[in-house]
Ligand binder design. Structure first.
Ligand SMILES: Nc1ncnc2c1ncn2[C@@H]1O[C@H](COP(=O)(O)OP(=O)(O)OP(=O)(O)O)[C@@H](O)[C@H]1O
Ligand SMILES: Nc1ncnc2c1ncn2[C@@H]1O[C@H](COP(=O)(O)OP(=O)(O)OP(=O)(O)O)[C@@H](O)[C@H]1O
Ligand SMILES: [Mg+2]
Ligand SMILES: [Mg+2]
Lengths: 251, 251
């Protein structure tokens, strides 16, 4: 029975993909079986791990659009610390294709129940757009992990995701469990420290204790096709994602 | 006859809003008349300049939805270096409201022709979502300024905006002028320098000479409700946006 984490925030560039890949790698270091799924039509996690158009076929697209092929979409490669389901540029067409189709919000949940039961953790890298793909991820999850940058506009962005979660709770008729992760924390910047304090006051135990610091090694890692845990295991960024993995494991 | 710049990129968190506000302020320092418009339903530029729900009424919403009020939506305040049209959370409803309405792609262009002729520059802060609002901004512009982070995934993101511009050129039946701005450049990070060189090789004169460096002062400025030009005029970030303003002015 896997724990399913949707990594979601409607704001762009806050560290969703970085969290999906780094936390996935860190959880694998704790000897758990991890599946990471790229659900973003922008396919950043996919490209980051060197899945390029032409060098792979099956993708998350098969969950949402009927495919006559029944091949596995889960890739397990030597160089990957976790199993991975890549995204595809055609994921951008899912919204229109599934318009008004009944049950379109539950396709991912059904797929997970059939194909992902052997994993301890499933991490869903979500698109920033509100739509049927994000809905599927939130509905399938037991925890929504919300990365939030420690800057002033991040507080403004929190309102958006909370409104989305409230609407979701209404239609799902159950609690939607969520927890916020402060990312890109810059201890030298007064604004960053101020926002972190506000987040702590406002969210209390809905904020992870682990704070992800700003670290230039993340950008280096994405250009080298691996996660920060593999390339720079002693860096502050890697060490904090390892702490986050332990905190998630204890939830 | 204003020069109209659409600040656009479908990737989130690349510096669109920061560019709209900082470049707007820098162009104003060159003694030009500047109008900045927040077209993003997330209203980050709006919140950054301390326009909060409740302390303002008219907004960009009136361009897209018929409003019986014919009040001006352009704000000129003592503390603002430029004239400003705020966004509004209801901008998220524009997409659905204008579905299949003929002429929905030209509403902004028409409004600009009526209301913005006295400005030298109009800067449009665009949402990252592809949709009718982005379409209006691109169709109304004479130049599309594309901020691109100097990281590996940025090159992947470029393909998306170029595909959008190609489609737009087809339906507009005219050239869509664009120019890329390298942002968040981190000279200490090898990946950042590598990506900058790739951008220069690939884009040639379609890349601005000015490079915007990573600078912690941007985040400080957004928490203080003003632009970096007003608060930290000697910072590297401010000086480079001033250089960009001169480069834009010479185009
Ligand atoms: N803690 C950090 N310190 C420094 N850079 C970071 C950090 N976390 C992420 N980044 C960098 O910030 C950029 C955006 O991160 P990322 O792609 O994870 O955001 P995202 O929320 O997934 O964006 P999108 O909304 O486009 O999917 C990337 O270049 C990434 O390498
Ligand atoms: N050159 C820079 N150096 C450091 N931080 C920066 C720089 N430019 C922007 N930022 C910060 O990065 C974050 C994202 O920037 P911004 O909001 O301008 O991006 P955006 O493309 O408008 O995002 P969105 O897609 O959500 O509209 C903000 O916290 C901003 O203060
Ligand atoms: Mg992402
Ligand atoms: Mg913005």
């Amino acid at each position: 029975m896997p724990k399913i984490l949707a990594i979601a925030n409607q704001k762009g560039g806050v560290g969703k993909t970085t969290t999906a890949l780094s936390l996935g790698s860190a959880l694998a270091k704790l000897k758990t079986k991890v599946l990471v799924m790229d659900l973003d039509p922008h396919a950043c996690a996919t490209v980051h791990l060197s899945f390029f158009p032409g060098n792979y076929q099956e993708s998350a697209l098969d969950i949402f659009l009927v495919s006559k092929e029944k091949k596995s979409i889960i890739y397990e490669r030597e160089n990957l610390p976790f199993a991975f389901v890549p995204s595809h540029i055609k994921m951008a067409e899912v919204e229109g294709a599934l318009k008004n189709i009944p049950g379109r919000g539950w396709l991912l949940k059904k797929w997970l129940q059939k194909e992902a039961q052997n994993y301890d953790y499933v991490l869903l890298d979500c698109p920033p757009q509100t739509g049927v793909i994000l809905l599927n991820a939130l509905a399938a999850s037991n925890l929504v992990l919300v990365p939030v940058q420690t800057d002033f506009l991040a507080l403004h962005g929190l309102k958006l995701i909370f409104d989305t979660l409230k609407l979701l709770q209404k239609s799902l008729k159950r609690e939607v469990e969520f927890k916020v992760l402060a990312t890109m924390f810059d201890i030298r910047t007064k604004a960053s420290r101020k926002v972190l304090n506000l987040l702590r006051k406002k969210l209390k135990d809905k904020l992870f204790n682990t704070i992800i610091p700003i670290d230039t090694k993340f950008r280096e890692a994405s250009s080298m096709g691996k996660t920060i845990l593999e390339l720079f295991p002693e860096s502050r960024g890697a060490l904090q994602y390892l702490n986050l993995a332990k905190e998630v494991h204890r939830l």
